[in-house]
Design a protein around this ligand. Structure first.
Ligand code: UT7
Length: 318
């Protein structure tokens, strides 16, 4: 039986950091409110010459190096982004050009923002399991700062920019144990980003019914954990790490409690990076792998939840 395994991870964060104190000068907010209600202290913001492609390129190169895979050997590129540099060519095709490789399938995936990485991860896993490809480069890359209304305090304090990447490769042993994807369009109004009416791919700005979204996230993710564990015949006590989407520390805290995990067993980047939408899961994974907290053989519960609504999880033996 063929499984897919995480061979390497990488990330890229723009140099510019915007702190809560910087935001205090921009909108009517306070560091205390942001920290208490979200857990965020600062976030990275892309420079004018950075975009989803440049950030994905860096994160991808680092992940490939960690995996010991040459760009020429990549069997598929999937980039999850709701803030791509262009509508087309896709970010993934633009990456192919940068890596000087051609031929393998390469596409972007928009699963309504924050759940996107779990969708991309799951698709790559399916292709590897069936033997169609040997490895895949899966990236989440987001420039949320370009789709934020910087005068709307209810959203501008939440988001950040960055890219996270994972290389998946075929393995005789697990690997990714299972992935689970869901969506429910009836909640389309709680988080959305409309297209503008102009000629260019001009977008409006993110609209969010934060409180409603918060409750939906907590309830939905609890059920998702139950489903993920049941399919694998596992207990909460089998989980070593939670690698969650980073939207709000109170949501992450509630998720850790649902899995009976102490916060030391949760990969958290939210405090320093804010919500980087579909980049947040691979960013959190990469950080915990690189600083040695996540070790080979450990069991990871990964989860994403966002607009759409769309949500997904993966149970992974790292
Ligand atoms: O990534 C996709 C998934 N995303 C999520 O799941 C996000 C889920 N939602 C949340 O994280 C939280 O709902 C927020 C952080 C967005 C908001 O926190 P909240 O505790 O739900 O606050 P709220 O929206 O109920 O607002 C409470 C108060 C309001 O004032 P009043 O009406 O009580 O007078 C807001 O106007 O806080 C006010 N407020 C702020 N005050 C200072 C909202 N934003 C701010 C702000 N600074 N930045």
């Amino acid at each position: 039986m063929t499984y897919s395994k995480i061979l390497g991870t990488g990330s890229y964060l723009p140099k510019k950091i915007l702190t809560n104190f910087d935001l205090e000068k921009m909108v009517e907010t306070t560091n205390a409110w942001i920290v208490e209600r979200t857990g965020i202290h600062e976030r990275h913001v892309a420079a004018d010459n950075e975009n989803a492609v440049t950030m994905a390129e860096q994160a991808g190169r680092i992940a490939l190096e960690a995996a010991g895979i040459k760009p020429a050997d990549v069997g598929m590129i999937i980039v999850s982004s709701t803030t791509p540099h262009m509508v087309f060519p896709s970010t993934a095709c633009l990456l192919q050009e940068k890596y000087k490789i051609a031929g393998c399938p390469a596409f972007d995936l928009n699963a309504s923002a924050c759940a996107g990485f779990m969708y991309a991860f799951s698709i790559a896993d399916q292709y590897i399991r069936t033997g169609a490809i040997k490895n895949a480069l899966v990236i989440g890359s987001e420039v949320m700062s370009r789709v934020i209304d910087w005068e709307d305090r209810s959203t501008c304090v939440l988001f950040g920019d960055g890219a996270g990447a994972v290389v998946l490769g075929a393995s005789d042993t697990p690997g990714i144990l299972s992935t689970h994807l869901h969506a429910d369009g009836t909640h389309k109004d709680v988080l959305y980003l409309p297209l503008g009416s102009g000629k260019s791919p001009n977008l409006e700005t993110v609209k969010m019914m934060g409180n409603q979204l918060f409750k939906l996230a907590v309830n939905t993710l609890g059920d998702l954990f139950d489903e993920t564990l049941a399919v694998n015949g596992m207990q909460k006590s089998d989980i070593d790490w939670l690698v969650p989407h980073q939207a709000n520390m109170r949501i992450i805290d509630a998720m850790a409690k649902k899995l009976n995990l102490p916060m030391e067993r949760v990969a958290i980047t939210l405090d320093k990076q804010g919500n980087t939408s579909s980049a947040s899961i691979p960013l959190a994974l990469d950080q915990a792998v690189r600083d040695g907290r996540i070790q080979r053989g450990q069991i990871l519960m990964m989860e994403g939840f966002g607009g759409g609504l769309a949500w997904g999880s993966a149970l992974v033996k790292y």
